[in-house]
Design a protein around this ligand. Sequence first.
Ligand SMILES: NC(=O)c1ccc[n+]([C@@H]2O[C@H](COP(=O)([O-])OP(=O)(O)OC[C@H]3O[C@@H](n4cnc5c(N)ncnc54)[C@H](O)[C@@H]3O)[C@@H](O)[C@H]2O)c1
Length: 251
Amino acid sequence: MKKIGVIGYGTIGTYLVQKIKEDEELELVFVYDIDKGRISSLEKVCLFDIEKFNERKSDLVVECANLQAVRDYAPLILRKSDMLIFSVTSLADDSFKEKLEEICKKNKTKLYIPHGSILGLDGIYDGRNILRSVKITTKKNPKNLGRKDIELTEVYSGLARGACQAYPRNVNVHASLALAGIGFDNTISKIISDPHTNVNSHLIEAKGNGTEFRIEINSKRKGLVTGIYALESAYQTIKRICSENYGVNIV
Ligand SMILES: NC(=O)c1ccc[n+]([C@@H]2O[C@H](COP(=O)([O-])OP(=O)(O)OC[C@H]3O[C@@H](n4cnc5c(N)ncnc54)[C@H](O)[C@@H]3O)[C@@H](O)[C@H]2O)c1
């Protein structure tokens, strides 16, 4: 049975905690949130001091808090445990990413990047040497983007690295796509604010060497930034990482 720790008990975290508790193949060993009041009802699994996370002996720590949480805790966690992060824009900082990679190599741990709200990262990753152009267009309600637009507005168009810096809470999937494919300085990002939508939409267009992908994902919003699909996909990603299934495996 794999032991799971969760950092961030918000929209994704509460969904995951419920699913992990119901799952006979997973054991929830801690939940940490900077807002202590949120986790106190969780009794023996709540963790009030992240420095003591290793006392719970987790196999996998899942971050679903924010970019700052990755910056602050990933170097500590990855010395002892594998980690899955949802705040992927944190890796748009090359020196931070290199630092984490060094810690992983030294300690034989893994940092997992989920497909999260989008699809097809496996295909993009496998095609990364033949793809010449990768573009992602994200459309969200202005409330998600912290804006007050009253008409359709293009709020960002440029390199994925710049999108991650400008909208770190909203373009985690741009960061994942850049990491899987042709990098932060070659992936093109567009962000559109649409006051008439309550779904998060992502359109991925990739081409190169006679190959072309067009992947569109629309998912109704659950929390302020997270779509419904991302919740179930987060849980299933944990299942895949922890799988001890000796039969058919989808990779
Ligand atoms: N990769 C993806 O596809 C994807 C999809 C959806 C959301 N996300 C990202 O996942 C993260 C979580 O999303 P959410 O919708 O659950 O957010 P949320 O705002 O609903 O919940 C975040 C929780 O983290 C806690 N928190 C904040 N800072 C913390 C810290 N330093 N240490 C511990 N806890 C802290 C908050 O108190 C809150 O309970 C966000 O960064 C979001 O942008 C990624």
